[in-house]
Design a protein around this ligand. Structure first.
Ligand code: S3P
Length: 465
């Protein structure tokens, strides 16, 4: 079991490019493999989660050529997948399981989807209900609608469906099924959640429209998608860890390049700006997904805020690191309407609250969120990730602010979404050492200058001979 040892930093001056977006990478192999023709994907995230989707599509007959790491040519099967010889292993990835459930619901064969211990605890009822209404037969082999999930595909019918939770995985499962049903499928979301599936479907030529401020999505099914080139931008949710670190650290400077700036993902920027951060956003390209540069020129001085309501789905993966920002801010930070956090890779309300307490932060756990009392010194700690990648990374960030070295245990899970996290963390910590060295050299030079000035002024003060 891997651990991360983290020493506190006092300065930060970094330029980073985070790896490809996880959500877009999943969709690139799933939709690229389903569409007709070739899809070239560059910047694919080579993480364990995305590999699970890639291997599942290969197991259903999709051929892929590797051009280089993260650069693939996918030969799509024009809507006709092959029955997999074995059950599909979705690993730790809820996105793989729920999106594939929607995809195979319209195929004329039976598929069994299973995952690791964490995924086996996650609710699948949300996809079972609409896909059953559309005509597929789904069975959860775990208790209480938990995986493994067996999907018997069928000729589907379109539906009009009001989603009970604002979940992009659920919306995408319905749209992937709707793609295979003749007529109009309509999905209504309680709040707008990430729209990567809709954007990619449109990019591939599907007839899709959004209404009601993005809450309603209408898709005409039974059309052939045509594969197209896709450039996957950097994952905003990975960038979030460094954004919070830089926003909280006095005088910090940070530039993040080629990072995804889809507005359904970037609400953290609004949260941090409300907390007092100054962040410059520069959109460089607006292909099917916008991306660009984010810059913080001087971090420090955060104050507490409230995150709730419609903002929640657009910060859902950033909530653990927002709680960390709250611990580093003056005053109180409230997170509410975020009950969904209870059914993520871990119960993120309980895990975050437990870890914050280990670092000496006062926190009140609520059924749908938490209250974080910030601004007190952070005590060095030893915490366990509980196998949850975002917990491991969020608390690695908090450890940068502690009063001594900390240990994050069980950090292998970071590979599910951010394989180069440790490298980037080292870069931040080494940058601080280099900074201390520069500061040391600077101090020596200032002392030298002072001594020289004194000498000169003494010489100047001597009476001319
Ligand atoms: C994702 C949607 C979100 C998010 C997850 C990725 C996606 O989950 O938390 O990390 O790619 O669609 P929910 O749909 O369960 O909110």
């Amino acid at each position: 079991m891997a651990n991360l040892k983290i020493h506190p930093v006092r300065r930060m001056d970094a330029v980073l490019q985070v790896p490809g977006d996880k959500s877009i990478s999943h969709r690139a192999v799933i939709l690229g493999g389903f569409a007709g023709g070739e899809t070239r994907v560059t910047g694919f995230l080579p993480s364990e989660d995305c590999r699970a989707s890639l291997s599942a599509m290969q197991a259903m007959g999709v051929e892929m050529e590797t051009v280089s790491r993260g650069d693939y040519i996918i030969h799509g099967r024009r809507g006709k997948l092959r029955p997999p010889a074995e059950p599909l292993d979705c690993g730790n990835s809820g996105t793989t399981m729920r999106l594939l459930a929607g995809l195979v619901a319209g195929q004329p064969f039976t598929t069994r989807l299973f995952g690791d211990a964490s995924l086996s605890r996650r609710p699948m009822r949300r996809v079972v209900d609409p896909l059953t209404l559309m005509g597929a037969t789904l069975t959860c082999e775990g208790e209480n609608s938990r995986p493994p999930l067996v999907v018997r595909g069928a000729a589907l019918l379109p539906i009009r469906y009001q989603m009970p939770v604002a979940s992009a995985q659920l919306k995408s499962a319905i749209l992937l099924a709707g793609l295979q049903a003749p007529g109009l499928t309509v999905v209504e979301q309680p709040e707008v959640c990430r729209d990567h599936t809709e954007r990619m479907l449109q990019h591939f030529g599907a007839s899709l429209r959004a209404g009601d401020g993005g809450r309603r999505v209408e898709l005409y099914g039974d059309t052939t998608l045509n594969g197209k080139d896709l450039r996957v931008p950097g994952d905003f949710s990975s960038a979030a860890f460094w954004l919070v670190a830089a926003a909280a650290l006095g005088g910090a400077r940070l530039t993040l390049t080629k990072v995804g700036l889809n507005p359904t993902r970037t609400a953290l920027l609004n949260v941090l700006m409300r907390m007092g951060a100054q962040i410059k956003e520069h959109v460089e390209s607006n292909e099917f997904e916008p991306y660009g540069t984010l810059q913080i020129e001087e971090g420090g001085g955060l104050r507490g805020t409230t995150v709730s309501g419609a903002e929640i789905p657009n910060v859902i993966d950033e909530l653990p690191v927002i709680a960390v920002a709250g611990a580093l801010a003056e005053g109180v930070t409230v997170i509410k309407d975020a009950r969904e956090l209870r059914v993520k890779e871990s119960d993120r309300i309980a895990t975050v609250a437990g870890c914050l307490r280990e670092f000496g932060v006062e926190v009140e756990e609520q059924p749908d969120g938490m209250v974080v009392y910030g601004g007190n010194p952070i005590r060095a700690a030893r915490v366990a990730s509980r196998g949850d990648h975002r917990i491991a990374m969020a608390f690695a960030v908090l450890a940068l602010f502690a009063d001594g070295p900390s240990l994050i245990e069980d950090t292998d899970c970071i590979k599910t979404s951010y394989p180069t996290f440790e490298e980037h963390l080292e870069q931040i910590m080494e940058g601080d050492l280099a900074g201390k060295f520069r500061l040391g050299v600077g101090l020596v030079n200032s002392v030298k200058r002072l001594v020289n000035q004194r000498k000169t002024s003494r010489q100047d003060a001597r009476p001319p001979s």
